[in-house]
Design a protein around this ligand. Structure first.
Ligand code: CTP
Length: 401
């Protein structure tokens, strides 16, 4: 997968910079063309000559060097790249990139590139966990930057913990996987629902739930990156539409029901991550309700169970449900898998703090019809979407392009 890929490797000033030499070698051996940018900090640890000798390419150190008058070097390199990898990435470059600071060759080139960017952080465990660094990582993740997470272990500073640069072999394997993954769902039509629904009571009130839509939007984004033709049916949420995704906005469960059923026959994969309202008010008042007695009763009636209907009408579609539970999560999840005739169910425990509704992270258990159980520990919703979609691609036996 790496043969003839044009890679810009950014090396920043951490002790793990020595591993970047081995990384350059492994990427070159895999057939990639690697152009290296060393920051000033990196040059304290490793020399340009090592990278030049291994990559057989010029090594870039300063934005203002401009060796070739016909080119603006940082723009040229930004446009040339098929992908960027920063390894090791210090807290400093992560902070600069997250905040749009461009004050050296690497940071200016990063802001100028449209190529996918991968970051392999390496730093002291406390620095890595610092809220400022985590916040910056979050900002970058939301912009589509992907991370080769650091390993746990002995750190050069004497601490033990998470912060060790992933090994060069792991970084190469990760990039190869990403490049293959991209098209794993090529030619497949995928429909995903996201967000809450709103059930109108009167012109100024409605019933809803805490769903933010982030999980469904992450699935849409990752599926589109994997080459699927994605339709996203979204409840009322304030999230930008991921690149290349067809979005249909709906408000109520019944609208979602109609829209999903219309699209269903054409789809290969349907993922119902929306938090659908089970009930709607029997009467939707045309005028604003006025207060009267001390107590009032709002009568509700059942909405269609969209997922159950899809399970009943299923032909060739791979159907995935979500289950938000607060107790006996696996038991209730399994029950829904069977009852709604699903191929897989993603169960999350919404009683746990820091994950689930509204959060950027989640922790889930994926169960499939054939009895496979995949536990995904707390991670970003994008990472969960990746796990889920890879598993689906595996199950439906697509080989990708
Ligand atoms: N779902 C649906 N239509 C509904 C209710 C739920 O399509 N009217 C879907 C959700 O999108 C989700 C799955 O069913 O994929 C499970 O939703 P959940 O609210 O956890 O379960 P319910 O089936 O509503 O069961 P209960 O409320 O009894 O837990």
């Amino acid at each position: 997968m790496l043969a003839n890929k044009k890679i810009v490797l950014g090396v920043t000033g951490g002790i793990a910079a020595y591993k970047a030499i081995a990384l350059t070698s492994k990427l070159s051996q895999a057939g990639a063309v690697v152009q290296v940018i060393l920051t000033e900090g990196a040059q304290q640890f490793v020399t340009p000559l090592s990278f030049q000798a291994i990559s057989r390419q010029p090594v870039y150190l300063d934005t203002f060097d401009e060796l070739d008058p016909k080119k603006i070097q940082h723009i040229d390199l930004a446009d040339w790249a098929d992908l960027f990898i920063i390894a090791p990435a210090t807290a400093n470059i992560i902070g600069k990139y997250a905040n749009g600071i461009a004050d050296d060759m690497l940071s200016t080139t990063l802001l100028a590139t449209k190529a996918p960017v991968y970051i392999a952080p390496a730093m002291n465990v406390d620095m890595y966990q610092h809220p400022a660094v985590q916040h910056n990582l979050d900002i970058l993740a939301k912009r589509g930057v992907q991370f080769v997470d650091p390993n746990e272990g002995y750190l050069a500073c004497g601490y033990t913990g998470k912060g060790r640069l992933a090994e060069p072999e792991e970084i190469v394997a990760y990039l190869e996987k990403k490049l293959t993954q991209k098209k794993l769902l090529a030619g497949k039509k995928l429909l995903v629902t996201a967000g809450p629904t709103q059930e109108q009571v009167d012109p100024v009130r409605y019933l809803t739930n805490y769903s933010s839509g982030k999980m469904g939007f992450a699935i849409a984004e990752v599926a589109a990156n994997m080459g699927a033709d994605v339709t996203l049916i979204a409840g009322p949420v304030h999230l930008p539409t991921p690149n290349g995704v067809n979005r249909v906005d709906i408000i109520s469960t019944e609208e979602m029901y109609q829209t999903v059923l219309e699209q269903y026959p054409d789809q290969d994969i349907v993922i119902k991550s929306a938090a659908v309202s089970d009930y709607r008010p029997v009467t939707q008042y045309k005028e604003k309700l006025k207060k009267q007695a001390e107590r009032m009763t709002l009568e509700l009636e059942r909405n269609h169970d969209i997922l159950k209907t899809l399970g009943e009408q299923k032909e060739r579609q791979y159907l995935v449900g979500f289950a938000a539970e607060t107790n006996d999560v696996k038991h209730y999840g399994q029950e829904k898998l069977l009852k709604k005739n699903l191929d897989a169910i993603v169960i999350n425990d919404v009683s746990k703090e820091g994950i689930g509704f509204g959060s950027d992270n989640n922790e889930v258990l994926i169960l499939t019809k054939d009895g496979t159980e995949i536990k995904v520990d707390q991670t970003s919703k994008v990472a969960i979407a990746n796990h889920l979609l890879n598993h689906i691609a595996d199950q439906i036996g697509v080989e990708g392009e």
